[in-house]
Design a protein around this ligand. Sequence first.
Ligand code: ADP
Ligand code: ADP
Length: 227
Amino acid sequence: MIELSHVNKTYPNGTRALYDVSLNVDKGEFVFIVGASGAGKSTLLKLITCEERPDCGNLTVNGHDLMHIKRKEVPYLRRTLGMVFQDFRLISKMTVFENVAFAMHIVGASRREIKKRVPYILGLVDLQGKAKCYPAELSGGEQQRVGLARALVNNPDMIIADEPTGNIDPALSFEIVDLLSEINLRGTTVLMVTHEHSLVKQFHRRIVEIQEGRIVADSKELEAAAQ
Ligand code: ADP
Ligand code: ADP
């Protein structure tokens, strides 16, 4: 799914955001990426989604070689990824149904497919009763569930969530990660960036810690070493 080896990333202003980062994520894994602000977590996600390019090393995501990917191939990479954002990024003039439907519309789904699929996905995130609401009429937790529904609706191989609980009450944050866990159990790989240690501790999942641009701990390696 994700193979990063010996990747460095320097921004044009000279800031070195990642140093010699190597990381493999297999199909079906759930990985928390943790670390302080400025550690390089968002940069890592941006490399995976091809918003930024590595300086050197190797990087393959869902079968796409991101060291050599052509611009016109990037949308095909992105279709294999469902993205969830801290600030939700819902369209305020569209209802819940329309926000989710729009994601299907842009990849060319038919009206029939949309009519069938959107209610099913809203059911998965327990929002069937809110289909006609606008984002401003929802709580933060509900808005993020719409964000999750939109990320899932085109059946991606992997969900990439950047601080998805950063704007949500702690009690509702648990619900969001719980939903991500359920989605993961159905086979979708999940990569979630967070700096909320208390939340991570409640879920027994792989934890990769980044400090000052380097991976300093990976719970999977600890487990492998213990065997
Ligand atoms: P995190 O997501 O862990 O907070 P980031 O990946 O956003 O960390 O940032 C890592 C480092 O790269 C920081 O020093 C940050 O200031 C720097 N950085 C992030 N984006 C840019 C950019 N577009 N240009 C220059 N420096 C950047
Ligand atoms: P939270 O616990 O996240 O603070 P809120 O108090 O914002 O939740 O919302 C609680 C419930 O009230 C939610 O189901 C939400 O859909 C509904 N609600 C919140 N604001 C509005 C609004 N402006 N119009 C209609 N319903 C709303």
